[in-house]
Ligand binder design. Structure first.
Ligand code: GLA
Length: 722
């Protein structure tokens, strides 16, 4: 069968002929005129000659690459029946397209192809699903079932997508706590560029998206292919080039030794591995954004402005103080109030209490009611922090059930943040945390959970089971817990936090509505962290707060205009002790909140553009309304640079032929050190230019101090006679 799927400018030609596992004969920019004859021609003309001293027939690389085909690169499947059956040869038994038996040739739009195959010995059954989504994203997933009488030890299952030889530059990410998603570029190496995660969570240093593209690819241009493993536990991303020149991008779950042993009839299902093609990084990102925006239930761009109390009070849970903060917040225009860590059990600091999800009678003698009620009276929604997968050794639950803590041996693993991990793979431990969370949700009117996860899973085994690896089961249990809580409370929103932004992936985003991008709220760093987090996640999902004037993480001091002008390009919040803000700051903050509330549908619902061509310390980005009638842009300058002022501001994404009134947005104070170009006009009304001129010629920039941001608006002029 040859199956050609085309959606949103992307074509995938799946070759499942002659009973062989599906391989991608083509994946990239849409190919017009792909009828049966052309599809066959494409496959036939693409067949390579054998390499010198290689097998006679050049290995055909399936989405699950197989050693049996002569492939000596990384196999898709590794495992055995006690050393036997380690190189299965699969034959396809059935192929369906959108649920119906596949014809010899199919051409269509978005669709789902399902392939069922059985190995030569009849012991393993493989189900491969390939979907081309309406956003033009391709995703694949494999399930493996053991049909034999004996157990099958599964070591590894990865799926891979071919990229052409012109894709010779890689871009992926690294990072750490407070510095998430730092981009790394490298040449496509010979051999393997391997990113393995053994943290049991997505990780602040996760590869995130692994791209391969034509030399020098940027936001606007370059042919780019990318993969993302949608999994919040241990996982793999890799780029591989073998001696014959085949290049692949792949991913899957990373399994610990002995973690998955399939007894007769049992099935392992791997995560979705997403594959995106785009002309430019913005197009790659936009496909993921469209996909998440099509999620059900969707996240509305009319997101409530949030106040999170963490950096304002930390563990000082004093009712008067928190009520005073709520009043200040409501007066500033805040719509959701989130009580962070410290409300439960013995949690008076970060050394105890995790796992005891019962309101502390010591600090909350009347329960959370007085605060929850006051927040409601003030017209705000109430949100609450949990860290459901964690336990403090100093907690009632750890004392009562030491075996519920994940460990590979009798001793507990090394501590991190004075905490250990609760084994949700154990039904009793799962039930404990589920029941406690549901009890709190039943007692209070809570519209929002901040779901945290503040340490890596190290030696995360199941003690009652001899310490066997438990990360796979833990990850599935985490998803199930989210699903059950959401099902019990439809409409409840959940934020995925993990020491800041260490759990950001497409599997967690199927079940959560916001990510806490980073514990680092310093606008200087946030400009970059936000810029790259949007490579996968659209702005409305990014928890983006205005913190106090001096960053609690870096110690840097910034003007409110810079902090706010940075934060409004995500889901806006405040994380600052407003009771200490000056009247001038309070007034300026109110203006920013009002600006965000006025513009949030554009800020959080528009198409993101990021501009190339500036010094790395100058970051230009914006959001354009889908009908291109309006846009908001920002230019941030994060250091002293040469030249100064920076070269012309060029803005992309508008209708080239339309005329736009372009000018600065002034909210509160103008950037410090501002010397405005003449075209802004004394009244800051700007000028009228075409979309094409704005992109190709650009307009003169102002001068301003470092660590300042200038916002711009572009509004299409009414059409008609001039
Ligand atoms: C993590 C989160 C913070 C805060 C603290 C509370 O570090 O990232 O936002 O919730 O935990 O302990």
């Amino acid at each position: 069968m040859l199956l050609a799927l085309t959606a949103a400018g992307v074509t995938v030609l799946i070759d499942a002929t002659a009973g062989r596992l599906p391989a991608l004969a083509y994946w990239g920019r849409a190919l017009p005129g792909l009828d049966a004859e052309q599809a066959q021609a494409l496959v036939a003309t693409g067949e390579p000659v054998a390499g010198s001293n290689d097998p006679e027939v050049r290995p055909r690389v399936a989405v699950l690459p197989g050693h049996d085909a002569g492939w000596t690169g990384r196999p898709g499947l590794r495992g055995s029946f006690a050393g036997v059956g380690w190189s299965p040869a699969f034959t396809v038994a059935a192929v369906t397209v959108d649920g119906a038996p596949a014809p010899a040739f199919h051409a269509g739009g978005p669709g789902r192809v399902e392939v069922r195959a059985v190995d030569d010995a009849g012991r393993l059954e493989l189900r491969l699903v390939l979907e081309l989504l309406p956003a033009g994203l391709l995703r694949a997933r494999a399930a493996l079932r053991n049909r034999a009488a004996e157990g099958y030890a599964l070591d590894d299952l990865v799926l891979a997508f071919p990229v052409p030889a012109e894709a010779d530059e890689l871009l992926d990410f690294t990072g750490r706590h407070n510095q998430e998603r730092v981009p790394v570029r490298s040449p496509f190496p010979a051999g393997t560029h391997l990113r393995e995660n053994r943290k049991g969570r997505t990780g602040a240093d996760s590869a995130y998206l692994l791209h391969a593209g034509t030399a020098g690819f940027g936001f606007a241009a370059g042919r780019i292919w990318a993969v993302h493993t949608a999994w919040s536990g241990n996982h793999t991303h890799y780029a591989e080039q073998v001696h014959t020149g085949e290049r692949l991008l792949g991913g899957g779950e990373l399994l610990l030794p002995g973690e998955v042993r399939l007894a007769t009839g049992e099935t392992y299902e791997g995560p979705w591995v997403y594959a995106a093609y785009g002309d430019g990084l913005d197009e790659v990102a936009r496909r993921f954004h469209r996909h998440l925006r099509a999620r059900r239930p969707p996240v509305s761009p009319r997101r409530p402005v949030t106040l999170n109390v963490w950096e304002a009070v930390y563990f000082d849970h004093d009712l008067d103080r928190l009520t005073g903060l709520a009043e200040r917040a409501a007066a500033a225009g805040v719509e959701r109030y989130v009580l962070d860590d410290g409300w439960f059990g013995s949690r008076r600091d970060d050394t105890s209490g995790l796992g005891d999800w019962v309101v502390s009678a010591q600090v909350w003698p009347a329960g959370l009611h007085p605060l929850v009620d006051r927040v409601a009276q003030l017209g705000m929604q109430f949100g609450l922090w949990f860290e459901p997968e964690m336990v403090s050794p100093d907690s009632d639950v750890a004392r009562a059930h030491p075996d519920w803590i994940m460990a590979a041996r009798a001793e507990w693993p090394v501590e991190a943040r004075t905490q250990q991990v609760l084994n949700l793979g154990l039904p009793e431990a799962y039930e404990h945390v589920r029941t406690q969370i549901l009890a709190v949700l039943a007692e209070y009117d809570i519209g929002y959970l901040k779901w945290d996860h503040n340490r890596d899973l190290i030696e995360a085994g199941t003690r009652p089971d001899g310490g066997r690896p438990g990360v796979h089961a833990q990850t599935l249990a985490f998803y199930r817990l989210l699903d059950e809580i959401r099902a019990a409370h439809p409409g409840l929103e959940i934020e995925s936090c993990s020491s800041g932004g260490a759990r950001v992936d497409l599997a967690v985003l199927e079940r959560t509505d916001r990510v806490w991008v980073s514990d680092n709220i310093d606008a200087h760093d946030r400009q970059r962290i936000m810029r790259w987090t949007t490579q996968l996640v659209p702005p409305e999902y990014l928890g983006s707060h205005i913190a106090s004037g001096r960053s609690h993480v870096t110690g840097r001091r910034h003007d409110l205009a810079f902090r706010a002008g940075t934060a409004v390009f995500g889901h806006l919040g405040i994380e600052w002790d407003l009771t200490g803000a000056t009247p001038a700051e309070t007034a300026e903050l109110r203006e920013w909140v009002a600006f965000f509330r006025r513009e949030r549908e554009l800020l959080l619902g528009g198409d993101l553009v990021r501009m190339d061509g500036y010094d790395d310390r100058v970051l230009v980005h914006g959001v354009v309304a889908p009908d291109r009638s309006r846009a908001l842009f920002a230019m941030a300058i994060t250091d002293s640079i040469v030249p100064d002022p920076v070269p012309r501001l060029r803005l992309r994404g508008l209708d080239p032929a339309a005329r736009y009134r372009v000018g600065p947005v002034v909210v509160g104070a103008e950037p410090a050190g501002l010397i405005a170009p003449r075209w802004w006009g004394a009244d800051r009304s700007g000028a009228v230019v075409t979309g094409a001129a704005l992109e190709l010629a650009g307009v003169a920039c102002p001068r301003m101090y470092p660590d300042q941001v200038q916002l711009y608006r572009a509004d299409r002029e009414p059409a008609g006679p001039r």
